[in-house]
Ligand binder design. Structure first.
Ligand SMILES: Cc1ncc(COP(=O)(O)O)c(C=O)c1O
Length: 394
């Protein structure tokens, strides 16, 4: 078989690979603690389920406008106006098949062969792959663990050159939980706006902020820099609706129209009744969201305290998202030389599924999701400690 050059260079997502391997072990009868999942363990909000059921019962099952149902586009624009003072209307919003499709479509619409996209690293697995798929070149800018993996403007600006078309940031970050502060975001957007460089802000984890922190949304800068700012977000994590596949993007109306053309040839509209459910979640599920975030903050604290006690493990406390990203390099040894080996060792020896940091460009680290039950957190921690001590780390 002769694949296109584009597809031949594309590897299976490492996060998906771990999930598949863990499932194989489960199928073989092993009890596996899943610390790899990039999704909340909470159910979707009842208001969303009810609204989707009702939409189905009413026969709301046909194609809709390719860019999404007008009510949801309008509600999202209002939401960003209220929360972040953004001047956006429904024309500035496109509803997509998850944030993943939004990212793909904006990257395809904006990136040409050879264009550079500056991305803080470690970063989510799909960013570099999607950029390369479009013919672009990811320019990865290392973040510092000692700085809590904070996203800072100056190192990103220093990586910008004549070929740079976009800076892609993700705050709070998957996999580090690191965030961008409002001042740093403003500096970055101002600099990019002067040079005609787009700033794409993936805010998929925008609600998962701990210790009373406020999210710095690029939406707050949309009025000042309407041609520069793109916000992408999702119902997946905020509302525990990963399987519904509803994400969205907000940008200049002209760009949204162009991306709408891409979407009209790619997916057409996101699922009609899922959009009705999403609309209900946006307006009626705040208490569900708050309950989940409170639980995640508690779990984060338990997990990080536990990790700090483990031999050879160092972990900064993530300010956001729902992942811990400890450095485990001191545990590497003969036969377990990197995070991929470590992931396999932990899965096979301890029955704990984590994601190797190498998938995110950080081989000294592993990613642990605390979007799992308290019981799984406790059992996973016991197993991790036993496995690391057995592995020779004292
Ligand atoms: C940083 C980031 N962006 C986007 C996505 C995609 O989310 P979805 O396509 O489910 O909306 C994910 C999912 O893991 C993510 O971690």
């Amino acid at each position: 078989m002769r694949l296109s050059r584009r597809a031949a260079g594309l590897a299976e997502s490492a996060t998906m690979r771990v999930t598949r391997k863990a499932q194989e072990l489960r199928d073989a009868g092993r009890e596996i603690i899943d610390w790899s999942a990039g999704q909340p363990d909470f159910p979707s909000p009842k208001v969303a389920v009810d609204a989707a059921n009702q939409a189905l019962a009413e026969g709301f099952t046909r194609y809709t406008a390719a860019a999404g149902i007008p009510d949801l586009r309008r509600a999202l624009a209002d939401h960003y106006g209220r929360r972040h003072g953004a001047p956006w209307t429904a024309d500035n919003v496109i509803v997509t098949v998850g944030a993943k499709a939004a990212l793909f479509e904006f990257i395809l619409a904006l990136i040409d062969e050879g264009d550079h996209v500056v991305v803080p690293s470690p970063c989510w697995v799909s960013f570099p792959e999607q950029i390369r798929f479009a013919g672009g070149q990811p320019v990865l800018v290392p973040l510092q663990a000692e700085d809590g993996f904070a996203i800072r403007a100056e190192p990103l600006i220093a990586a910008i050159d004549d070929n740079t078309r976009m800076v892609l940031i993700n705050s709070p970050s998957n996999p580090t939980g690191g965030i961008v502060e409002a001042g740093e975001l403003r500096r970055l957007v101002e600099y990019c706006a002067e040079r005609g460089i787009m700033v794409l802000s993936d805010e998929t984890y925008e609600r998962f902020l701990f210790d009373g922190r406020e999210h710095a949304s690029a939406g707050t800068l949309a009025a000042e820099f309407p041609e520069t700012v793109i916000v992408i977000s999702s119902f997946s994590k905020t509302y525990a609706m990963t399987g519904w596949r509803i994400g969205y993007a907000l940008a200049s109306a002209d760009l949204v129209r162009r991306v709408g053309a891409v979407q009209s040839h790619a997916t057409s509209n996101p699922t009609s009744f899922a959009m009705r459910g999403a609309l209900a979640a946006l307006t009626g599920a705040e208490s569900d969201v708050e309950r989940m975030i409170t639980a995640f903050e508690r779990r984060r604290n338990t997990l990080v305290r536990g990790l700090e006690r483990l031999p050879g493990v160092t972990c900064t406390t993530p300010p956001g998202a729902f992942y811990a990203f400890p450095n485990v390099a001191a545990c590497y040894r003969e036969g377990c030389r990197g995070s991929l080996d470590m992931a396999e060792y932990l899965l096979e020896e301890a029955g704990v599924a984590i994601v190797p940091g190498v998938a995110f460009g950080a081989d000294e680290h592993i990613r642990i999701s605390f979007a799992c039950s308290d019981a799984d957190l406790a059992t996973g921690m016991e197993r991790l400690e036993t496995a690391l001590r057995q592995g020779g780390v004292q």
